[in-house]
Design a protein around this ligand. Structure first.
Ligand code: ADP
Ligand code: ADP
Length: 233
């Protein structure tokens, strides 16, 4: 199965008479179960590409499909629905809600769903996802009672709760010390080994190397470094 397909995507930023070609004719297929990294220098276009895949920004041209469905030109509401049901986001800043417990942070996106999950289903899902990130013993803690690594693990549990088609990960270790960062990367590897499809953007080549399919993005041009998964999966 192909989770994400990008065909001839381009992005031009038009500011003050200056045109920046942030993405030039990008083509990617991300297969189910793959672990993709996109690395490269600052300004190369990584954030722009991840924003487009995450339906946070629109491409200037080209086509984007998520699980075979064309999502190139959706209304804001449709895009929000796809984000909530198909995509899991993990950012450098953990983006947890300080006023909510660990449990409620993970449950929140599920309670927003328009397809109406029953309370018991939500409860089961929240506990299952916190188990996956080894935080079952912290359900009632608040974000400020947790270490940075624990907060990122809560964010990962929250992202997993919707059973997303893919996890979109942006510099996951940017706010963590190197030991904690390594643990978060190890967790991502374990989740991938259990079947979660991951697309990660990072400038850290050491972490980019942990992925299975590696791309470099420089001056808006995507180059494949190493590709292992394909139709076979
Ligand atoms: P990276 O994430 O690899 O550092 P970005 O995607 O942030 O790269 O940026 C790619 C290019 O697009 C850069 O030249 C950057 O200056 C430009 N750019 C990014 N966002 C904007 C914006 N909102 N308006 C104008 N130019 C932008
Ligand atoms: P783990 O090994 O589970 O990741 P840590 O070593 O990060 O745990 O943290 C150990 C304990 O200290 C945990 O009970 C955690 O909730 C608590 N803790 C960690 N950082 C903070 C903090 N900044 N404020 C309050 N409690 C914290």
């Amino acid at each position: 199965d192909i989770k994400i397909e990008i065909n001839h995507v381009s992005k031009v930023y038009d500011t003050d008479l200056v045109e920046t070609h942030a993405l030039k004719d990008i083509n990617i297929k991300i297969y189910e179960g793959d672990y993709v990294s996109i690395s490269g220098p600052s300004g190369g276009g990584k954030s722009t590409l991840l924003s487009i895949i995450g339906l946070l920004d629109e491409a200037s041209g080209g086509e984007l499909k998520i699980e075979g469905k064309d999502v190139t030109s959706l209304t804001q509401d449709q895009a929000a629905e796809v984000r909530n049901t198909k995509l899991g986001f993990i950012f450098q800043s953990f983006n947890l809600i300080e006023e909510l417990s660990v449990y409620d942070n993970v449950a929140l996106p599920l309670t927003y769903r328009t397809d109406g999950l029953a309370a018991e289903e939500i409860d089961k899902k929240v506990k299952e996802c916190l188990e996956k990130v080894s935080l079952s013993h912290r359900l009632d803690h608040f974000p400020n009672q947790l270490s940075g690594g624990q907060q990122q693990r809560v964010a990962i549990a929250r992202a997993l709760a919707a059973d997303p088609a893919i996890l979109l990960v942006d510099e996951p270790t940017g706010n963590l010390d190197s030991t904690t960062g390594d643990q978060v990367m190890q967790l991502l590897e374990e989740l991938n080994a259990q079947g979660t499809t991951i697309c990660m953007v990072t400038h850290d080549s050491r972490y980019a190397d942990m992925a299975r399919t590696k791309y470099q993005l420089k001056d808006g041009v995507l180059q494949v470094e190493e590709e292992q998964l394909s139709e076979a999966v």
